[in-house]
Write a protein that binds this ligand. Structure first.
Ligand code: GLU
Length: 505
């Protein structure tokens, strides 16, 4: 069996969409599972669509996601270079080899020639004219022009392209690992340009030559490339080279299932579609990223894993090792999967909850600094412990400033409903005195004292707790008051009772 070698081959035409990240992920998992190689190849033959910064973005995004290639641009390897623009001299001999074998031909038609013929076809009510196995015999190419004229034109440096000579009346079949047998008739396929007049290969030629010379065993890529696959299969046949096995991944759909999730959907629908934030170098427009939105890369990857692939049981959370072991191409679905932003947040919440406290504390520190709260990492750890169950993102653990400073204001509605001027202050001062007498000031101790206080005063929880909470936090929501009190400490609790009773009267 051929050694597993797979590649992720993006074109640097913009930031990597999360569908692209999923393609990279599936390639990565497949390679790891089979002890194979995962390559990163940059397909930049289309200079017109080149976007500065996109390549760097792709590399950084894969790094952030933890799906790093072991060969390719930025990583080196035996097949270097891995950037197609740097492989340019390699492609022409392959195109010429096909001409020699009778699988391709030189075409000298100018763009005006092609435009004219398309117009005529439209006028004759035959739109969608194609340069194909029938029409090529009426065009200016090495199949129709006398051999000496072809030689003269080539020698004179006349512009030309090299086109694939698609045979007539043949069936192209290949077994897609996701879709099963795919059959095309060559009569539906045109004579694609393989090599352009500017000396560059087209996507088709460069892609196939690179997959051959990099000894790629499996091509795992998006469904949008399925229509190109028959040409690629024919190219392998023409080169007399063993074709890789193909797996075309289904689309990622918009949350409502109506069509493909596009680059524009993200910020329009209120969630990121890119792994990292991206600033368009031409317009300066900023698109949000999962990283900047506070997602854990592992949560993002875990979500993508299940967006098209299913484990066959109801496991949802996977470590990297579990992903590698469980992954198989056979369990990738045939139809598109709807992206679910709520589920994505759920994954983040799960990862947040399973992150060890010291790590959460470390992540919390920059947010605290930014807000000007000067606390120790140990204190941040306690904050994390108290708040993690209520948070989806690390920054949510800062939902209230009250863990760091006394409330600057008290919720008006709550005050109006609960606070009785004079009476409430007396009650709170009394409760404050009880707490002041405690020695350990733990949650348990505070809870016990509170129960005793209610019993002694013959009051219900509802008559006292909201007042206490209001003085501590300024609101009626948030974690249990005893928890907050134990965290901020006795001295601060006393200070807040004094401050609050003075302010509210
Ligand atoms: N350059 C193509 C892309 O941008 C690669 C397609 C393939 O994997 O063959 O997706």
């Amino acid at each position: 069996m051929r050694k597993v070698r797979v590649r992720f081959a993006p074109s640097p035409t913009g930031p990597l969409h999360m569908g692209g990240v999923r393609t990279a992920l599936y390639n990565y998992l497949f390679a790891k599972k089979h002890g194979g190689d995962f390559l990163l190849r940059i397909e930049d033959t289309d200079q017109a669509r080149y976007v500065p910064g996109a390549e760097q973005y792709i590399i950084e995004a894969l790094k952030w996601c933890g799906i790093e290639p072991n060969e390719g641009v930025g990583y080196g390897g035996n097949c270097a270079p891995y950037r197609q623009s740097e492989r340019k001299p390699m492609y022409k001999p392959y195109a010429e080899q096909l001409v020699e074998k009778g699988w391709a031909y030189y075409a000298f038609d100018t763009s005006e020639d092609l435009e004219n013929i398309r117009k005529q076809a439209e006028l004759a009510k035959m739109p969608n004219w194609q340069y194909n196995s029938i029409s090529r015999m009426t065009m200016k190419n090495s199949l129709t022009l006398p051999a000496d004229e072809v030689q003269r034109r080539l020698a004179a440096g006349d512009p030309y392209v090299i086109r694939f000579k698609m045979p007539r009346n043949e069936e192209v079949r290949f077994q897609d690992l996701i879709r099963g047998w795919v059959v095309f008739s060559t009569n539906e396929l045109d004579d694609k340009v393989l090599f352009k007049s500017d000396g560059m290969p087209t996507y088709h030629l460069a892609n196939v030559v690179d997959d051959m010379t990099m000894d790629i065993s499996h091509v795992i890529r998006g469904e949008e490339w399925l229509p190109s696959a028959p040409l690629h299969v024919m190219l392998y046949k023409a080169f007399e080279f063993e074709a890789p096995l193909f797996a075309h991944l289904p689309l990622i759909l918009k949350p409502d299932g109506n069509g493909k999730l596009s680059k524009r959907d993200g910020d329009r629908l209120g969630f990121p579609v890119f792994p990292l934030e991206w600033t368009d170098p031409a317009t300066g427009a900023v698109s949000s990223g999962y990283r900047e939105n506070g997602y854990f890369p592992k949560a993002f990857i875990n979500m993508l894993l299940l967006l098209g692939w299913a484990p066959g049981n109801n496991q949802e959370i996977f470590t990297e090792q579990e992903m590698i072991e469980a992954f198989s191409i056979e369990r990738i679905g045939k139809s598109g999967s709807k992206f679910d932003p709520d589920k994505t947040r759920w994954f983040n919440q799960q990862y947040l909850r399973s992150t060890p406290l010291p790590e959460l504390a470390e992540m919390l520190m920059p947010y605290l600094k930014e807000k000007g709260f000067n606390v120790t990492q140990e204190y941040a750890g306690k904050v994390a412990h108290l708040m993690m169950e209520r948070a989806v993102f690390v920054k949510d653990m800062l939902e209230g400033d009250y863990l760091f400073q006394a409330p600057a204001a008290y919720d008006d509605d709550a005050v109006a409903k609960r606070w009785k001027v004079g009476e409430s202050s007396v009650l709170m001062n009394e409760w404050g005195a009880r707490m002041n007498a405690l020695t350990d000031f733990t949650v348990e101790e505070i809870d016990a004292a509170f129960k005793q206080f209610l019993a002694d005063k013959s009051l219900g929880m509802g008559a006292v707790m909201p007042l206490f909470r209001l003085l501590l936090t300024g609101t009626l929501t948030g974690p249990a008051a005893a928890q907050v009190a134990a965290l901020i400490g006795k001295e601060e609790v006393m200070r807040r009772i004094e401050l609050g009773t003075q302010k509210l009267g």
